[in-house]
Design a binder for this molecule. Structure first.
Ligand code: ADP
Ligand code: ZN
Ligand code: MG
Length: 479
């Protein structure tokens, strides 16, 4: 039996998170706006208007190109007209970039499920405007122009991915990167990150590129994975049946989890590209470019590696702590403020702070529990000033009130009781009140120690130092 491998390239459209659209001053994000309320003569293509390129679009494109390790960021690039007719494209053309785009080459390194790092090369990266939306409702089509002129980056990979899982991993890492460098909110459900999958199969070990199909309209990473897996299986069945794969465009229907043939593909000649006569070339002077690149942060995987090297964290911890930039900064600030073993800080974040983030939907930087306050709480627990349960309760109290935890410890009398002379009488009274349990313990049922400790903890409303309680108990029970 022939063994096949999949060959996959992804085409992504990334909605930039600028305030205004690419060629006019309409708001770029219309997610919450009623249809056709966020439009003007420029983005709806009325005669006599002229587009003006939004500088922020260039800046975000350059930042992304640099983060993708582009071989070249063009000092001069051009905008081109891509002509096609579609009801949601009021101008009859889309302003895009064709042969002289803002950046060339580059790659994204993606850690794969098997632990390997795969380098996915970038085939092209350019700026363009979005079209409107067509909404189908039974026998009607509604057109919403709000999205016309929203800035996009189209980024296309080389066919370097080899399975549905690898494709999903690429999108997961791309989404992380986009948010990390702050160029896009990259929410797939909102269409801020859109992804088409190009899929072909070949005999394993071969290097030919066979006919591919293109999957459109996947709006989540799970759907992308499912759609590609289904298409790989379909192509294998087709070839095994003696047929050949046709270059179809397929549409993923997520209500039925099936692929449907949409159309046979247009070729580039159909678009009649030519230079956009209403716009000047995009000139990126050295000074501007340097100014943009000043804002390029350390990239997520580099940050992950540094966390492993500097803080001696396991990869598992480093991965979670660098999932987003706000979290990674929060961790570093807390570790610095704490000053002790950074793994302890990681444990507190992974066990408790992450739960608070999930429950509240906040990013780490938005917590009232600041890194400084978290460090104070961890310090108080490590120094046995409070019990770890009190510490956990304190996290919530600080988050609710925004008060300094040291102040709360004092005001609410939360300090752990580690004073032998205070705890001993409590233990003595407990033993006196429970002669049967004492008898049983002395008769060999040593697991009862846990019950005794629990009673003292309850008595002290959680403030007794459990270690010391246990020591006193063991001493008195031996007698
Ligand atoms: P098209 O002419 O169809 O637009 P491109 O060469 O521009 O094709 O590539 C579009 C996408 O398809 C890219 O992501 C590319 O990596 C991918 N691709 C190209 N050839 C193949 C193939 N044989 N199998 C799978 N993907 C491919
Ligand atoms: Zn407009
Ligand atoms: Mg193409």
């Amino acid at each position: 039996m022939t063994e096949y491998e999949a060959v996959i390239g992804l085409e992504t459209h990334i909605q930039l998170n600028t305030n205004s659209k690419i060629f006019c001053s309409c708001k770029a994000d219309s997610w919450n706006d009623p249809p056709n309320t966020n439009i003007c003569p420029v983005c709806t293509g009325l005669p006599g208007v002229l587009p003006v390129l939004n500088r922020k679009v260039v800046e975000k494109a350059v930042l992304l190109a640099a983060a993708m390790h582009a071989e070249k960021i063009a000092p001069v690039s051009y905008m081109d007209r891509k002509n096609y007719f579609y009801p949601d494209l009021p101008k009859g053309y889309q302003i895009s970039q064709y042969d002289c785009s803002i950046a060339k080459g580059g790659y994204l390194d993606v850690p794969m499920p098997d632990g390997e790092m795969r380098r996915v090369r970038i085939h092209k990266l350019h700026i363009e405007e979005d079209a409107g939306k067509t909404v189908r409702q039974r026998d009607r089509r509604w057109i919403d122009f709000n999205r016309c002129g929203v800035p996009l980056i189209e980024m296309v990979t080389e066919p370097d991915l080899r399975s549905a899982d690898e494709a999903a991993q690429y999108v997961i890492r791309l989404r992380q990167l986009l948010r990390w460098i702050g160029v896009s909110e990259a929410d797939m459900e909102r269409g801020q990150l859109r992804c088409d999958g190009n899929v072909s199969i070949r005999e394993k070990g071969s290097t030919v590129l066979n006919t591919k199909t293109e999957i459109k309209n996947v709006n989540s990473i799970e759907n992308l994975r499912d759609a590609i897996a289904a298409e790989i299986a379909r192509q294998i069945r087709t070839v095994e049946a003696g047929d050949s794969v046709k270059p179809w465009t397929l549409d993923w229907d997520d209500s039925t989890n099936t692929l449907r043939k949409m159309r046979s593909k247009e070729t580039e000649a159909d678009y009649h590209y030519f230079r956009e006569p209403d716009l000047l070339p995009v000139v990126l002077e050295d000074a501007w470019r340097e100014d943009i690149l000043k804002d390029l942060p350390e990239l997520p995987l580099d940050c992950r590696q540094r966390f492993m090297d500097t803080y001696d964290l396991p990869q598992y911890d480093a991965e979670i702590l660098t999932e987003d930039r706000s979290r990674s900064e929060y961790y570093e600030k807390t570790a610095a403020a704490f000053g002790g073993d950074p793994k302890i800080v990681s444990n507190w974040m992974m066990n408790d702070v992450l739960r608070m983030l999930r429950d509240s939907g906040k990013s780490a930087g938005e917590l009232k529990l600041s890194p400084e306050y978290l460090a104070l709480i961890i310090r108080a627990v490590v120094d046995n000033q409070i019990t770890s349960n009190t510490g956990k309760d304190l996290l919530e109290k600080v988050e609710e009130s925004g008060r300094n935890p040291e102040e709360i410890i004092k005001a609410d009398g939360l300090a752990q009781v580690s004073d032998d002379s205070a705890l001993r009488p409590v233990v003595e009274a407990l033993l006196a009140a429970n002669p049967e349990q004492v008898e049983a313990y002395r008769g060999g049922k040593e697991t009862l120690i846990g019950w005794f400790v629990g009673q003292v903890m309850r008595e002290s409303r959680g403030k007794a130092n459990p270690q010391l309680v246990r020591e006193i108990l063991e001493e008195l029970l031996k007698e």
